[in-house]
Design a protein. Structure first.
Length: 387
């Protein structure tokens, strides 16, 4: 009898990830106006970049811990950070307080996705890995889209504080659905101080350099888009500041399964060459767009490209990782993702500078970096056993 590939463990993991992504994404549309009300609109780029700083710093720890003490504790720790931070946002009344909270909140995505990806790699065979990453990515996209839409809706009907408390509740639910799920790490260890000591070898797996470079160059666009779209929405006359972000995530959702399967069948690099090309085209459209429909077209294009690029890079990184250190390989990729997102958010925020005429330059930079990623994919050497 053929062994079942997608078990209840897998589907519970996807549901938990959906709730987790909804939790921290539903507050994104309300944070730029929150910071403006506190008197620091020029610091909007820090909303995303500070979040990614601690996510980036925590990746070596989450990768090592997931390989030593287990995937589940790492997943749970990130979710608990979300529960606490989201609950505290309504109590912040200063710019410094909000920025410090964003910094701490970043630990959540530094841990949970690392544990989830390593867990998935444990339970899904290599020949189905792209498809499995695509399904998990689909769950994440549903969470992102739902979170963004629900966040904007809750703010409109009940106010900002309700958004934050709802975010905390969603993070709690992401933990509850995984209670009782079995650990997949064969030789689980008890947490000790030694596990928190990070050596140079724990910080990066050189086996996954190629997908990391592509991730860095392509993730810059994501940081820019997430930072700029709330203000871009207001600039083109859209009342719900989360609508364009919702359109983006829905477009991403529509192609994740197709993109993941395509990379299993045709190879990681051929699929990535197409997807990063489309990222560049999408950024060019956003740079020159003058109407709502043109902006919408650019966002849909970017959603398609992002929905293909993300699961393919995750599958490629796990293909290349040391089987005994999957967490380290995954965390290496996520480090470059956070670095790209953080730089994209920070630089695009300062380039924009609350002046709508600067949207062109901010998106043009994204397009140039995407073109660089495509060029790199044509020159990077093929390694044995790499799709």
């Amino acid at each position: 009898m053929k062994e079942k590939v997608y078990t209840s463990q897998f589907w519970l993991l996807c549901l938990s990830s959906l709730l987790f992504f909804a939790s921290f994404n539903m507050i994104i549309p309300v944070l730029p106006s929150y910071l403006s009300e506190l008197g620091a609109p020029e610091l909007k780029g820090l909303i995303i970049s500070l979040f990614t700083v601690t996510a980036l710093i925590s990746r070596p720890f989450s990768g090592k811990l997931s390989d030593k003490i287990g995937r589940i504790p790492v997943i749970f720790f990130g979710a608990f950070v979300c529960i606490i931070c989201s609950f505290l946002y309504p109590w912040v009344s200063t710019v410094a307080g909000l920025l410090w909270l964003r910094l701490f909140h970043g630990f959540s995505t530094g841990f949970t996705p690392t544990g989830e990806t390593a867990y998935l790699a444990d339970i899904i065979p290599a020949e189905k890995r792209g498809e499995g990453m695509g399904i998990l990515g689909t769950a994440n996209s549903v969470g992102m889209a739902g979170g963004l839409a629900v966040g904007g809706w809750l703010e409109h009907l009940f106010g900002r504080d309700t958004v934050f408390y709802s975010s905390s509740g969603f993070a709690l639910l992401s933990v509850l659905v995984l209670l009782g799920i079995r650990e997949t790490l064969p030789s689980k260890q008890r947490l000790t101080y030694h596990h928190l000591k990070i050596r140079r070898s724990d910080m990066f797996d050189p086996r996954v350099l190629a997908p990391c470079v592509v991730m860095l160059l392509s993730a810059y666009s994501y940081g820019a888009v997430i930072t700029l779209l709330p203000d871009y929405s207001a600039d083109i006359g859209m009342q719900n500041k989360g609508m364009l972000l919702t359109v983006f995530t829905m477009a991403s959702l529509a192609v994740r399964l197709i993109g993941g399967k395509a990379s299993d069948r045709h190879g990681r690099k051929p699929v990535l060459r197409v997807s990063v090309l489309v990222i560049g085209l999408a950024m060019a459209v956003l740079a020159v767009a003058e109407t709502k429909w043109q902006v919408m077209a650019g966002i849909v294009l970017y959603g398609f490209s992002h929905g293909t690029t993300s699961p393919t890079l995750l599958a490629w990184a796990t293909d290349l990782s040391d089987p005994e250190h999957k967490g380290r390989g995954v965390s290496s990729l996520y480090i470059f993702m956070e670095l790209g997102i953080g730089l994209g958010a920070l630089i695009s925020g300062f380039v924009y500078g609350d002046q709508s005429e600067n949207f062109f330059t901010a998106f043009l930079i994204c397009g140039i970096l995407a073109a660089t990623a495509m060029a790199y994919l044509f020159v990077v050497r093929r390694r044995p056993s790499v799709l």
